[in-house]
Design a protein. Structure first.
Length: 391
């Protein structure tokens, strides 16, 4: 009898083990992008817990419980590439949840393509990712130029109408892409571009740029960079007593740590976002956008912002493709992604032939009362403009 019970136990363990779907993610938990990386992981973890609580991913006649293998890429693209290769070759993972940052996604994309694996990512927005002819990379972020375009579109809709703009950007593939989007739209809208200049990656001081901005006195200042850059720009605008009517910064404003780092100085700063909790979509897993926000708040004690939502949306897109394909074959899952048009808490997810999302718009938030509120293209609250002078 003991032998029979042992045999049943071993059989059950074998079946259980075969019903696990391992995914992999190399994400920044240290270094410059640690805050964004932690937010991205929260998005993955919420999705994983929710899916597993519902019985896992149904692929054909089988259900798979999800496990995610994480590695810290230390905010370094070369490390990202090495870790993704490790996930594929050593951990035998075929489906990758993307890293944070366009440079990291770009570095990992070549590895994924080399091994015929598949990556769905919500952490990289550079248009360069989709110009390499890769067939196995899909992204749920609108491309980076949209960040800059949205800021300009909002600014020119306000009264009194701004007439001039200064654009500064970190020298990396996302930030330059976003800045060029702002530059192109500014010219289209007839704004005078008084400054368009980059600063080195990892810069700790922007004094030379601030002196130029102060001399030019633009109505609009746009800064394209990441979280730490956005905090630095605000601090130095105040330090140099620069008071534009409109300040728009990428990445930083919707991140909870932005207000924590700046306090009252964060007030009235604008930031483009990939997603807003004020959206109203149905969702096959969370019920709705509101349902997603409630589940996130229950798990983490605070509201989600777009980095976390992008992580959840990327993982959900992969899940929906696996279920539609009824297969774990990369080729069939890829085909399912290409034909996807699914309404989710994040919006409608659908991709073009290059793998970039083409079915959703971005929004712009402004910090009001210590919190980001959506002010464009729809208003949960009216934008405060012109920006009051620094106190």
């Amino acid at each position: 009898m003991n032998g029979i019970l042992l045999g049943i136990f071993l059989f059950a363990v074998t079946v259980w083990a075969s019903d696990v779907l391992k995914l992999g993610a190399a994400v920044s938990f240290s270094g410059k992008y640690a805050k964004e990386g932690q937010l991205l992981k929260k998005g993955y973890e919420l999705w994983k817990e929710r899916v597993n609580s519902l019985g896992g991913i149904k692929v054909g006649n089988k259900r798979y419980r999800v496990e995610i293998i994480y590695y810290d890429d230390q905010s370094d693209p070369k490390t990202t590439a090495k870790l993704i290769e490790k996930l594929i070759t050593q951990d035998k993972v075929r489906f990758i949840l993307g890293p944070y940052g366009s440079a990291q996604v770009f570095a990992g994309a070549g590895v994924v393509e080399k091994y015929d694996a598949l990556m769905v990512q919500g952490g990289g927005a550079s248009s360069k990712i989709y110009k390499q002819g890769y067939r196995h990379i899909f992204g749920v972020f609108n491309i980076a130029p949209d960040y800059g375009k949205n800021l300009i579109d909002l600014a020119v809709s306000l009264k009194p109408a701004p007439k001039s703009v200064a654009i500064i950007y970190e020298k990396d593939i996302f930030s330059e892409d976003a800045a060029r989007g702002a530059l192109k739209r500014a010219k289209e809208k007839g704004l005078k571009v008084v400054l368009f200049e980059s600063y080195p990656k990892g810069a700790q001081d922007l004094s030379s740029l601030m002196l130029k901005i102060r001399m030019k006195k633009p109505d609009i200042v746009i800064g394209a960079g990441h979280f730490k850059d956005s905090v630095l720009v605000v601090k130095q605008l105040k330090q140099f007593k620069i008071n534009p009517k409109f300040v728009g910064l990428t990445v930083g404003p919707p991140v909870p740590a932005f207000v924590k780092a700046l306090g009252k100085d964060a007030e009235y700063i604008f930031g483009p976002v990939q997603w807003s909790k004020e959206l109203n979509f149905k969702d096959p897993i969370f019920g709705s956008t509101e349902g997603y926000v409630k589940e996130f708040r229950k798990m983490f004690g605070h509201d989600p912002e777009y980095h976390s939502a992008g992580g959840t949306a990327a993982a959900m897109a992969l899940q929906l493709a696996l279920e539609k394909a009824e297969s774990l074959e990369v080729k069939k899952v890829r085909e399912a992604l290409l034909s996807m048009k699914a309404e989710t808490f994040y919006g409608v997810i659908g991709f073009d032939s290059t793998g970039k999302i083409v079915t959703k718009k971005m929004a712009v938030v402004q910090i009001q009362g210590g919190k980001p509120v959506t002010v464009f293209p729809f208003e949960s609250r009216k934008p405060v403009y012109p920006k009051p002078e620094w106190k």
